[in-house]
Design a protein around this ligand. Structure first.
Ligand code: NAD
Length: 470
């Protein structure tokens, strides 16, 4: 028995087995989670398909009201959801952590309720009338990662519901519990079958992506898996939105007064222990102030409390799972062997939990794995540059492009350079800030399509032109 259940067709589903969800802070079992199967995916897709006609025929204002009701439910269960996220994912209650994630989930749901996609009249004269309509794409399969499990679920589900789609979501097996609870709460107000949830690993995900009754896949996860999802979706020409990995560069312009920027620089790199798609993952610093920036940033980092996220004194929790922890260890060791200097951190304690210390790597080079590949951990490599042109070229040299940032005393000058970064969002004197009305997505291998605002809503629709001759 589990306190958590899959929701299919508005009801808890019967499952044959469970798997344990582990708390990364102490490796204890948070809960037994019901295991999804391909058969349960079939049931969930059938439920979503059955609910589609009625849900898509509801008035626009009714669906907006439903989203507002969901936002209220998230707020009413804020504390429960926030603690659950910390226990299954690790992020701290304090700082931009689990409370921030739940608050953001309610805020995004509310903002999505306020959006609309009215018909657009292209021509209306004596000859005829041409109207462009946006119709719901149909049944949406949503697949989510383990780093921000609840808010990413909301980013997928809310716009889909807003335009009249129905949903089957599959969360990451590392962090399924907050999504199970979220969908259970949504089903308190939604008609049965509108949102369904099935757990499982990549095989269950593949079955969902390949399902002929699914019309669209929205996937957030690694670029490697994203490519497989796109290939699977091609069989029935499903629409896809892919929000994939990044390896965001930041450039500190020569002569920048670093002291007032340290706090924002810190959160840009280390939010959620660096396990954020659009976190700053490689920082380019001019040689004229390289040593000073290394020293000031390292001193700042060393003061930030890391520990069990449930303790409100801690601002950063553990790495979220063993697989990711091992990856971070390997990347830092590779940098050390290749001649980098570990200025702070770099030595995990031999204790329960997947705690990796906040780590600053100096004398990093573009050839090191920690720079070339997405390390996704509490580690920041600092790279030396001589000219801004060279820094921009190196920042743009990878095959990913989610975010990027430029830091400087003159924000307008920095914004001009930021505009030359090859990425979906270019920040100035900050990194990673999102807004529900600012479209978010990646270029190159960081993704296809965007989320948020009207551009995000359109991703859940197909275009129909009604062309009337008079
Ligand atoms: P992942 O690609 O390993 O897994 C993501 C999800 O896909 C999980 O639910 C997993 O079970 C499922 N999955 C695995 N194989 C599958 C397959 N063949 N078919 C269908 N589903 C499959 O990613 P992760 O390790 O959970 O998440 C970390 C990655 O996500 C990082 O690369 C990060 O940058 C990225 N990410 C991107 C964004 C964004 O908005 N661009 C946001 C958050 C995370």
């Amino acid at each position: 028995m589990s306190a958590f259940s899959l929701t299919i067709g508005g009801k808890p589903a019967t499952v044959a087995s469970t798997f344990n969800v582990v708390n990364p802070a102490d490796e204890s079992v948070v809960a037994a989670c019901p295991s999804g199967t391909a058969g349960l995916v079939d049931e969930a897709v059938a439920s979503a398909r059955a609910a589609l006609a009625q849900w898509s025929a509801q008035s626009d204002s009714y669906r907006a009201e439903m989203l507002l009701a969901i936002a209220n439910l998230i707020e009413q269960h804020h504390e429960e959801l926030s603690r659950l996220i910390t226990r299954e994912q690790g992020k701290a209650q304090s700082g931009p952590g689990a409370n921030y994630e739940v608050g953001g989930s309610a805020a995004w749901t509310r903002a999505t309720a306020g959006l609309s996609l009215p018909d657009e009249t292209i021509q209306d004269d004596s000859k005829g009338r041409i109207v462009v309509r946006r119709k719901p794409v149909g049944v949406v399969a949503s697949i989510t990662p383990w780093n921000w499990p609840m808010i990413i679920a909301v980013w997928h589900i809310a716009p889909a519901l807003r335009v009249g789609c129905t949903v089957v979501i599959k969360p990451s097996p590392f962090t399924p519990l907050s999504t199970l609870r979220l969908v259970e709460l949504m089903n308190q107000v939604l008609p049965p079958g509108v949102v369904n949830v099935v757990t499982g690993d990549g095989d269950v995900g593949t079955h969902l992506v390949n399902h002929p009754e699914v019309d669209k896949v929205v996937f957030t996860g690694s670029s490697v898996t994203g490519k497989k999802v796109m290939a699977g979706a091609a069989e029935t020409l499903k629409r896809v939105t892919l929000e994939l990995g990044g390896n965001d560069a930041g450039i500190i312009l020569p002569g920048t007064d670093i002291e007032p920027l340290l706090e924002r620089l810190f959160w840009g790199c280390f939010i959620n222990a660096g396990q954020t798609c659009a976190a700053l993952k490689r920082l380019y610093v001019h040689s004229g102030q390289y040593d000073q920036v290394v020293e000031r940033f390292a001193a700042y980092i060393a003061r930030v409390p890391v520990g069990d996220g449930l303790d409100p004194r801690n601002l950063i929790g553990p790495v979220s799972n063993r697989m990711q922890f091992d990856k971070v260890v390997a990347f830092v060791e590779d940098a050390r062997r290749s001649g980098a200097r570990i200025v702070v951190g770099g030595e995990p304690k031999d204790a329960p939990g997947y705690f990796y210390p906040l780590t600053l790597i100096a004398n990093a080079t573009d050839a090191m794995r920690v720079v070339k590949e997405e390390q996704f951990g509490p580690v920041i490599p600092l790279l030396r540059y001589e000219t801004v042109e060279e820094a921009i070229e190196r920042a743009n040299s990878l095959d990913v492009g989610l975010g990027g940032s430029v830091w400087g005393n003159d924000p307008n000058e920095a914004a001009r350079y930021a505009g030359r970064l090859e990425c979906g969002t270019a920040w100035v004197n900050q990194h990673g800030a999102l807004h529900p009305l600012a479209p978010f997505g990646g270029v190159k291998c960081s993704g296809i399509g965007v989320e948020f605002n009207v551009d995000g809503l359109k991703e859940y629709t197909t275009v129909q032109v009604v062309n009337v001759a008079l």
